[in-house]
Ligand binder design. Sequence first.
Ligand code: FEO
Length: 168
Amino acid sequence: MISKKIESAINDQINAEFWSAYLYLSMSTYCAHKSLPGAANWFHIQFKEEQDHAEKFMSFILSRGGQVLLQPVAKVETSWESLLSAFKDTLAHEKVVTAKINHIYDLAVEEKDYATQSLLNWFIDEQVEEEETAQQMIDTLGMIGDGYGLYQFDKELAARVYTPIVTA
Ligand code: FEO
């Protein structure tokens, strides 16, 4: 059985994952509007992955006898100066998410909740990857600038394919 404290923290994290999904959906529509279909695809897959993250947390609460409590999703930005600016926001956002996950991990250690620690190990690894990817995007976009380089890079982003995360 999950403790009320951990249940509440994970419910907050579910909200943060949907907030992330909403942000990346917004970035996807921004990119589509700016004639960057590859980047729109990339962020749309990110949107779906964030929904998977929320579902992974939801499944965990339910499997441990807890209750999922969905909360309103906070407003997100709808426009950015450039694709580079969107990826800078992505990195900043992921750092916030990482801090939230680390906080839940601290609670799970305090409570000797090993099952939650095991779940969070997956998310901690995922955050390392997400921050690294965002940083790589920033570095690449900083090198290529606008114009033909951006056009080619957008084609690379078009190749990203969605792979569902198993949540059960
Ligand atoms: Fe669910 Fe991008 O962290």
